[in-house]
Design a protein around this ligand. Structure first.
Ligand SMILES: [Zn+2]
Length: 378
């Protein structure tokens, strides 16, 4: 059986801003929006990528044009496009976007997103980008750490969640309690080539900064989103396995911290589900893996639903670039959830009412609870 989940509201718990005006798309650069490969690296090969082809069909369908980049881009430039976009937001009942503003560079600012989109737009604060900005000030180490803590503290008040991409830089195998290594890294960075400060990869320093942020997350109750699993080729996927987080998960100082494992940690999705099943603070976000794999994510989603409490799974898309994609991501997620939950109902794993309740949680209510979002009208 397939459940009808069309009436359930959606919160996109992890996404990125649309492209800014300085980044015009052409039919040649358009396919790059639908791959984690380096820009242009896979262009001819993407013609046979299921994700890309599905995206073309979905976008063409939404805009009423053939599934071709040139036709899609031309349709987006007409006044009719904004009407279609507003309709799609309404149809998908998209209520809020939690936006990691640190990627891509030069993206649409939040204020513009708020003016353009008929939903709430909330900011996710990326720790490493903030630390990189601070490095430019070349403060003494102690002052640097204080300024970092002050900035993160302010973000816990102004932003909806914190986020770390340490998996991308030095890996999730964080070594706790090594201030000396951090200080040594910091001294080396300040003495060395300034370009090394713009993309921080020094493990000692990154580990120490994450530890400081975890302390603040514990103190303030702000959830921390962590990149886990797949990403672009900057990533060493072996270092993005959430099982590496064990020292953090077992540290009593961080017992109260809510960690959201992004991208279902794919291909470590079972590992993520396991952690959510045994650690109270671990939650699993479905972004990136779900849109990329599409219907092929259903068997994994079914496993996650069976393994972890469904109240700990959260919808997210990781989409950005074109605002239409938020809607298409939500529609596809609804479909995948309906299929996975419908199958579990058919097999007697849960009742239809329970399945709908689980879906309502995953699509929006779990995020509302986890992030302390105020419900519209409430
Ligand atoms: Zn992301």
């Amino acid at each position: 059986m397939t459940l009808d989940l069309a009436d359930l509201p959606v919160i996109d718990g992890h996404c990125h801003p649309p492209l800014g005006e300085a980044t015009p798309l052409t039919p040649e650069t358009f396919p790059d929006l639908f791959t984690e490969a380096r820009p242009g690296a896979l262009t001819p090969q993407l013609a046979t990528s299921l994700y890309y082809r599905r995206a073309l069909r979905d976008l063409g369908g939404l805009l009423g044009v053939p599934p071709e980049p040139a036709a899609i881009l031309a349709a987006r430039a007409t006044p009719d496009a904004s009407r279609r976009l507003a309709e799609a937001f309404g149809r998908e009942r998209l209520e809020a976007l939690l936006v990691d503003t640190a990627y891509p560079p030069g993206a649409m600012p939040l204020e513009r997103m708020r003016a353009l989109l008929p939903c709430r737009v909330l900011e996710v604060f990326r720790l490493e980008t903030f630390a990189e900005d601070l490095l430019a000030r070349a403060l003494p180490f102690k002052d640097f750490m204080e300024a970092f803590a002050d900035g993160v503290q302010a973000a816990t008040r102004e932003c909806i969640a914190l986020k770390s991409i340490i998996a991308y830089r030095s890996g999730l195998g964080v070594k706790l309690g090594d201030r000396k290594a951090a200080e040594a890294d910091y001294a080396r960075l300040l003495a060395g080539d300034p370009s090394a400060r713009r993309r921080l990869t020094a493990k000692g320093l990154l580990d120490h900064l994450l530890e400081a942020a975890l302390e603040l997350a514990a103190e303030t109750g702000r959830a921390l989103q962590l990149h886990t699993g797949l990403g672009d080729p900057d990533l060493d996927l072996l270092q993005a396995n959430p099982l590496l987080l064990k020292p953090i998960l077992d540290d009593p100082r961080f017992a109260g911290v809510r960690l959201v494992l992004l991208h279902a940690a794919y291909p470590y999705t079972r590992e993520a589900g396991y952690l959510a099943a045994v650690y109270p603070g671990v939650y699993v976000d479905l972004s990136l893996a779900l849109p990329i794999l599409g219907p092929a994510f259903v068997p994994l989603l079914r496993e996650l639903l069976a393994l972890a409490p469904t109240g700990k799974l959260l919808y997210g898309s990781d989409l950005g670039a074109l605002p239409e994609l938020y809607c298409l991501g939500a529609a596809r997620a609804r479909q995948a959830l309906a299929e996975a939950l419908g199958g579990l109902v058919k097999d007697g794993a849960l009742g239809e009412g329970e399945a709908r309740e689980a879906a309502a949680g995953i699509l929006a209510e779990n995020a509302t609870r986890l992030y302390g979002l105020v419900v519209a009208g409430g």
